[in-house]
Design a protein around this ligand. Sequence first.
Ligand SMILES: [Zn+2]
Length: 109
Amino acid sequence: MANRWRIPKDVEENVRKRDSKCVYCGVIFSNENNSRKDKPSWEHIVNDIRINEIFNIALCCMSCNASKGSKLLEDWLESDYCKKKEITINSVDEVVKMALKNPPKMNNK
Ligand SMILES: [Zn+2]
């Protein structure tokens, strides 16, 4: 999966260390293989796969990932899914708050 998104190895490792729970709903990832919904999935906070730096890459649970899909973060936070799960701008992980305040952009190297 990391290769599919072309996430650099060092970013992948740092994100794995940082995110032990879903950055959106806060569910703690399980290492057991029997529960698919607690498995982490790779998420681009801003839906631009070219921005694969640590401030735009996060781990979230399968259900948040499926719900968010290609929606804008701001729009998704207004969705029924987020309302039901009580996911708000204030409840999300620090990295998501940062992305809302200061959306990651491509840096033209
Ligand atoms: Zn989640």
